[in-house]
Design a protein around this ligand. Structure first.
Ligand code: ATP
Ligand code: MG
Length: 158
């Protein structure tokens, strides 16, 4: 299904903005013009939901979550950054493994199964994209993924 990812992304962020309980602010850095990608919207919603709920879960009081979308020549890159505890460098790749959780004591308190990012990875890869994370301990984490993108004439019609 062809989806304007800019609208799609805004709608997901809107939903989190309406239901969020704790004190975090949102910043959106999304393109103004539509960008069409061929995706399974239900699956990508699940991917986004997991990444964003992780960002919320690990955000401190008053933290900011930054949502970005960047268009490159043959892909779009979506990222969600938080100002939370961060992830040690050695664990950055492991968080995409099934049942992997960085700090058992910390994460037990916050709940979850450790499956969210493993499922996200599977779904992003099924779309021909990649998923990765960067982090500075104590400063925050950015989880990003790419989706293949072919610039079509439709994009210029607008
Ligand atoms: P589930 O998503 O199944 O409810 P979960 O959130 O613990 O459980 P994942 O989403 O797969 O599992 O994340 C795996 C682990 O990666 C988390 O338990 C946490 O330790 C770490 N992690 C993920 N996102 C962040 C983040 N934004 N900041 C800090 N740690 C994170
Ligand atoms: Mg999760």
């Amino acid at each position: 299904e062809w989806v304007n990812f800019v609208d799609f992304y805004h709608r997901i962020i809107d939903r989190f903005e309406l239901t969020k309980e704790h004190n975090v602010s949102f910043e959106r850095q999304l393109p103004d013009q539509p960008t069409f990608v061929e995706i399974d919207p239900d699956k990508l919603t699940q991917v986004m939901d997991n990444i964003i709920s992780n960002a919320m879960k690990y955000s401190p009081e008053g933290g900011k979550i930054t949502f970005k979308m960047e268009e490159e020549i043959d892909q779009i890159v979506i990222s969600v950054s938080d100002q939370g505890v961060g992830i040690p460098k050695d664990n950055l790749e492991k968080i995409f493994e099934r049942f992997y959780r960085v700090d058992k004591a910390r994460t037990r308190k916050l709940g979850g199964t450790g499956l969210g990012l493993a499922i996200a990875k599977e779904m992003v890869e099924a779309h021909g994209g990649k998923i990765w994370a960067t982090s500075v301990e104590g400063k925050g984490t950015t989880v990003s993924f790419s989706l293949p993108y072919v610039q079509t004439e439709e994009d210029d019609w607008e």
